[in-house]
Design a protein around this ligand. Sequence first.
Ligand SMILES: [Zn+2]
Length: 177
Amino acid sequence: MPEELARLQKILETGQRLSRQGSYERRTPHKEAVPYLTESRKDLRQFLREQPKSAEAWLLLSLAEECLLNYPAALQSLEHFLALGGERNKKTLKRLASLKEYGRKWAELMLSPDNLESLGVFLDGELAKSSCDHSLRLTKSWLASHITSNQAHVLEALRKSGGYCDCEVLFNVVGNS
Ligand SMILES: [Zn+2]
């Protein structure tokens, strides 16, 4: 690996460590991690402008994009990696499938990662005070104050993802996003 790439990998790894993201639980990275993740992403993009055929740089970029919850870009970078002869092992193919799944889900919901996180915090807090009344009352009230348009469409997408009431939105939609 070229020296510059090894340096960028170190920065990315620091960001990954600080992000406190579990692999099965995609949440916005911890704020301490963000400067490392954005720096590695910026420098990797620069590196790839000069050496667009570096498969390993595309792989690192896809990891940085994924940590920053930018799934379409993470997917695209991973596809570049594979197209340039990157190893198609089980782990990579599994990542490819989950990036497609995450991307589809988030696009369908039309909620940004930050929105989804904020909805989760809100529902978690409210449902700790009083149990779910089997409606989308809390979700609707959050949407009314956070989403300016297309609230009906977002509700429909939440139902399609298994969120028919507030506790289901929290566990089926937000919880495994
Ligand atoms: Zn419920």
